[in-house]
Write a protein that binds this ligand. Structure first.
Ligand code: HEC
Ligand code: HEC
Length: 277
């Protein structure tokens, strides 16, 4: 009887510890997955090693007792009044809660020492360009270089082809006389009150004027998404039926036109002619 009591006790202990490990694991998030997500979404502003760029350094000790909760909250909701976007799907962002969990785990793995897992950003997938339109009066940008700069800095918010994500769609005709100049200025200064950061070095950003001109030139090459033509109807084969039909129709129109003219003239003559004496 005593023996059975001990057995039950041991079993309970085992169960409890398994549950504990399981829940701890579920809360932990996956550091490697987090590193990949970080490289894809956050490195653009926080640097490949979270050392800081447009955004703050994240390789540090956070002043909180529940660091994990603070991080998740900040990532999910963004930082109001700064360009730090809200990332959670609940706030209209692109990341799920488990993904945010993974990223938080990665950031926590950094603390202030050298990061243990570093995944470099994948080589950007540079879209093929249409023919770049000639630059206006601004210092010339290069659309090919701009495509790379865009992929590295802007695609995270504006989508790979500028189709829009957190940021607005850039596939459009911009309402400006000098589009290049307007784009240069917007990219350099950002859009205050939105998540669009200032990119020029003059405004504390990471890009040179040349790089901004390049990005702007690339954006101008995007225009609207190309509308595909409606699928062509199957063209009737066999002889020149279409041509004959056309000729027949044309002939019909000519005949009707002539008849209308003839009747018109006849009735006019009938009215204007003096009554026969
Ligand atoms: C457009 C640039 C940008 C992007 C992209 C961005 N951040 Fe930020 N982030 C910022 C800025 C700027 C701040 C600083 C806000 C402030 O305190 O003024 C910040 C702050 C933070 C903070 C708080 C830092 C602190 O010291 O409290 C965390 C955590 C953070 N970001 C995580 C992330 C994560 C994770 C991602 C990717 C999912 C990300 N950020 C993407 C710009 C960005
Ligand atoms: C953190 C997200 C984010 C990043 C990164 C970002 N943008 Fe933006 N951008 C925005 C948002 C949001 C808007 C929309 C502002 C508004 O509401 O008008 C915007 C607006 C713009 C506009 C104005 C669009 C218009 O319709 O007038 C341009 C141009 C632009 N961004 C270019 C860029 C370029 C170039 C880069 C990279 C160097 C970049 N953005 C990076 C978020 C971002």
């Amino acid at each position: 009887m005593k023996y059975w009591k001990w057995m039950m006790g041991a079993l309970m202990m085992a169960l409890v510890s398994i549950m504990f490990v399981a829940t701890a694991g579920a809360q932990g998030g996956d550091v490697t997955r987090g590193a990949t997500l970080f490289a894809a979404n956050c490195a653009v502003c926080h640097g490949d090693r979270a050392q800081g760029r447009v955004g703050a350094t994240l390789a540090k000790d956070f002043p909180a007792i529940r660091v994990n909760a603070l991080l998740k909250q900040t990532i999910a909701n963004g930082v109001a009044g700064s360009v730090m976007p809200a990332w959670s799907t609940a706030k209209g962002g692109p990341l799920t809660d488990p993904q945010i969990e993974d990223i938080a785990a990665f950031i926590q793995s950094l603390s202030h020492q050298a990061p243990t897992v570093i995944i470099t950003r994948p080589a950007p997938n540079v879209p093929t360009l249409g023919r770049p339109s000639p630059a206006a009066t601004m210092p010339p940008g290069n659309a090919e270089r701009g495509a790379r700069i865009f992929a590295e800095n802007c695609a995270v918010c504006h989508g790979a082809r500028g189709e829009g994500r957190i940021g607005a769609s850039l596939q459009k005709d911009f309402p400006s006389v000098n589009v290049q100049a307007a784009l240069d200025a917007t990219i350099a200064r950002g859009v205050t009150g939105t998540k669009m950061p200032a990119w020029s070095k003059a405004f504390g950003g990471p890009l040179t004027d040349q790089e901004i001109a390049d990005a702007a030139t690339f954006i101008r090459s995007l225009k609207k998404p190309v509308e595909l033509p409606a699928p062509t109807e199957s063209i009737p084969q066999g002889g020149n039926i279409g041509g004959w039909l056309g000729l027949l129709c044309f002939g019909g129109v000519v005949v009707i036109g002539a008849l209308v003219l003839w009747f018109g003239l006849a009735s006019a003559r009938g009215k204007s002619a003096p009554p026969a004496a």
